[in-house]
Design a protein around this ligand. Structure first.
Ligand code: PLP
Length: 448
């Protein structure tokens, strides 16, 4: 086959980049100098020419067990051959129930019912809708207000951007949901700079919820949603004690607490869920990404038993919750999810991540004295380096770093403005951590 050189098909290289309007991408810059990958295995992507790219961001925080792992590939193959699609409205297929049971078993406390969807954004909208419907179901229909947090990221649906706190994701999209308020961010550089793991300072930021309750009255508030670790705004771990305090205040006022664990779920912080790491049981957990290692889109919400059970009343032929997606619990996603959870269990992926955390944190912190480093944060297998922006051009240094990383150093990472984020697959070895951090250090120097 003369289309193949070095095992790469020449026709795998697109010859026209124009038609694809790329998401969350600087389209014009990208298309002038594309960063293309066409194959992946374990810790690496490969460019169409066959150049290895060390994956410093687990794809998009989702490929926790490494790329193209055989058991997952095989499960998808077998699943596709068995049943292409199976409706989950009034019908069901066994793998959906099996996966829900496994997820419920992994989740702490009485978080034991799983509602499936296809992405993190859908998971967030689902959780917000369940919260509102639940309050109505228990006779608390005046509780319609939703509380998010500044610098929070909860995907891109109208619900998610309403409770989210990233200015760029909100400002061009109108008024969004009414009746939303925000806690302030937990990040305070002056008192937290260069913290490894959860900062000592900042539990009191949870008391903001008392202020918000004072302003609106508890009887108007349905739920609070937070990420246990803010991911997309540049890795903001919860300060020690913050989430516990938030739980206490929610309990005091009958407000539901939702953890958005789209990033922190499935091992990123060394546990199946961050809820376990922090010893705090939320009323709902949103998940996506790591459930299928990114191989097939899937998201979902895990709800505590009393939340689910509150809906199970009225005539039994009636639909209890008027919500769902055509592709909720798609058979292919269920097959991938089951294989992924088996792989995590077999390889003790989460405990491996937890054991690696101190080494990873030290490695990332070693970049402290590189030029223009303003702060470094680490938690689990995730690290962020804030760089001093170029005068008058915020985000430019970050973007240049992204380009140099790919084209010159051969690695991928995430950027949030001028913050460089590494969040590799959890199977990363100590040597590869060293390699990734060395490459990152050179990129920081080159963009100084
Ligand atoms: N919630 C959090 C915390 C996320 O980090 C993300 C994506 O990064 C989402 C929601 C949205 O997920 P998706 O892009 O699958 O819609």
């Amino acid at each position: 086959d003369d289309l193949v050189t070095d095992g790469v098909r020449a026709d795998s290289v697109p010859n026209d980049l124009e038609a694809f309007w790329m998401p969350f991408t600087s389209n014009r810059s990208f298309k002038k100098r594309p960063r293309l990958v066409s194959r992946a295995k374990d810790m690496h992507y490969y460019t169409p020419e066959g150049r290895p790219i060390l994956d410093g961001c687990a794809g998009l925080w989702c490929v926790n067990p490494g790329h193209n792992r055989e058991p997952i590939v095989e499960a998808i193959r077998a699943g596709a051959a068995e049943m292409d699609f199976g409706p989950t409205f009034q019908y069901g297929h066994p793998s959906a129930f099996r996966l829900a049971t496994k997820i419920a078993d992994l989740a702490p406390g009485d978080l034991d019912h799983v509602f499936f969807c296809n992405s993190g954004s859908e998971a967030v909208d689902t959780a917000l809708k369940i919260a509102l419907a639940y309050q109505q179901t228990i006779g608390q229909g005046t509780r319609t207000r939703l509380i998010g947090r500044e610098r929070g990221y909860h995907g891109v649906g109208f619900g998610g951007i309403s409770v989210g706190g990233m200015v760029a994701n909100r400002r061009t999209f109108g008024t969004m949901l009414a009746g939303v308020d925000h806690l302030r961010t937990t990040y305070d550089r002056e008192n937290q700079a260069f913290s490894k793991g959860e900062p000592e300072y900042g539990a009191h930021f949870a008391d903001e919820l008392e202020r918000i309750v004072g302003l609106h009255d508890a009887s108007t508030i349905a739920a609070v949603i937070v990420e246990p670790m803010g991911g997309s705004t540049g890795v903001l771990p919860a300060p020690k004690g913050y989430l516990k305090r938030l739980r206490e205040i929610c309990d005091k006022y009958g407000i539901l607490l939702i953890f958005d664990e789209v990033i922190t779920g499935y091992g990123r912080l060394g546990y199946a869920f961050a809820a376990e790491r922090y010893g705090v049981i939320p009323d709902m957990i949103c998940f996506a990404k790591g459930i299928t290692a990114g191989a097939v889109p899937m998201g979902g919400v895990i709800a505590r038993k009393p939340i689910h059970d509150a809906f199970m009343k009225g005539p039994e032929h009636m639909v209890e919750l008027f919500h769902g997606y055509t592709y909720s619990a798609h058979p292919l996603a269920c097959a991938a999810g089951l294989a992924t959870l088996d792989l995590y269990a077999k390889e003790n992926t989460f405990t491996h991540a937890l054991a690696l955390e101190p080494f990873f944190a030290d490695a990332v912190m070693s970049l402290k004295d590189k030029p223009g480093v303003l702060d470094i944060r680490t938690v689990g297998i995730t690290g962020a380096v804030d760089l001093a922006p170029r005068a008058g051009s915020p985000g430019l240094r970050g973007y240049e770093a992204l380009e140099k990383a790919f084209h010159e150093e051969g690695f991928m990472m995430r950027i949030a403005g001028d913050t460089l984020v590494i969040t590799p697959p959890l199977i990363i070895s100590k040597d590869q951590v060293g390699e990734l951090v060395e490459k990152l250090g050179r990129v920081i120097e080159k963009t100084a």
